[in-house]
Design a protein around this ligand. Structure first.
Ligand code: AMP
Length: 285
């Protein structure tokens, strides 16, 4: 397993990986991450290995997607530990560029700006966030030129916008979206869970409790969006240490809000627990 720091190095390393015979559906898979890897990220590495002969993991805490008041500076970073983990799961290459390597000394003059679907859900609370995400992902696609890229449904809106970018800008890469990996008590794994103190960690399980209650009601025939949203929001309401941001029922491909749920609709939630912003979602089926 090799760690490379520059665009030139990753390009030539990927070129030599491509040299061998092709056995799987795809030759090269990319798993873009910000590091502080957990079992959720590693499930993407596993999935990448099932779909492609060679797995490349990028690790880059992307300053463009953080607002000035967010946690860019204190975001957890441990490249050596991350590299060991992905090597154990079969990745052959880690691309861990510096900020300078990706952006030079400033902010890129040209960026990928989503004109729809980025102003709702998380986008309503994190203006510019998805522009930063799409810009870095487009750069990673151009640098690594993967045949397939793997993302997690944990970041549901992100996965929808990345599919839309690839479709609308005719990028030649397949997008694969993997299920959410959860802790034993249901909390969706996230690098930011490391910020939670004991009380907040306990409270954080309420996000998924609400989603599950709504999904159970859907399974029993409930279709009214307001009722489902209310069920999902109820464990978060009037709870010390929890500040809900949104609970929305949306159409999975367009993120349009729904009044009536259908199979495949997505219920998504965001809340601050202690000082930490957490998100989660569930597909109703
Ligand atoms: P991040 O490092 O948080 O930017 O995440 C990198 C990738 O891992 C994204 O595609 C995320 O959606 C995915 N991911 C993060 N947490 C999970 C999880 N609990 N289950 C599945 N995928 C995840």
């Amino acid at each position: 397993m090799k760690i490379v720091r520059t665009r030139d190095e990753v390009r030539s390393a990927v070129a030599s990986l491509r040299g061998g015979p092709r056995e799987r559906e795809h030759a090269v898979a990319l798993v873009p991450t910000m590091g502080a890897l957990h079992e959720g990220h590693l499930s993407l590495v596993d999935r990448a290995g099932e779909r492609a002969d060679h797995v490349v993991v990028s690790i880059f805490v992307n300053p463009l997607q953080f607002a000035p008041d967010e946690d860019f500076e204190r975001y957890p970073r441990d490249l050596q530990a991350d590299a060991r983990l992905v090597a154990q799961r079969g990745a052959e290459l880690v691309f861990a560029p510096s900020r300078d390597e990706m952006y030079g000394s400033g902010v890129p003059a040209v960026q990928v700006v989503p004109v729809r679907m980025a102003d709702r859900l998380c986008g309503a609370y994190r203006p510019g966030h998805f522009q930063g995400v799409l810009t870095v992902v487009a750069k990673l696609f151009n640098i690594v030129e993967p045949d397939v890229a793997i993302f997690g449904r944990k970041d549901f809106q992100q996965s929808v916008l990345i599919r839309a970018m690839v479709r609308d800008l005719d990028m030649d890469v397949a997008i694969d979206v993997a299920p959410i990996v959860r802790e034993g008590d249901g909390l969706a794994m996230s690098s930011r869970n490391a910020y939670l103190d004991l009380a907040s960690r306990e409270r954080a399980t309420r996000l998924y409790k609400g989603l599950r209650a709504a999904a159970a009601a859907f399974a029993e025939g409930e279709r009214d969006a307001a009722t489902l949203r209310d069920l999902a929001a109820s464990p978060l309401r009037d709870q010390e240490g929890i500040r809900p941001q949104y609970v929305e029922l949306v159409e999975a491909d367009t993120l349009e809000p729904l009044e009536q749920a259908r199979p495949g609709s997505v219920l998504a939630v965001a809340a601050h627990v202690g000082g930490t912003r957490l998100i989660d979602n569930i597909v109703l089926e």
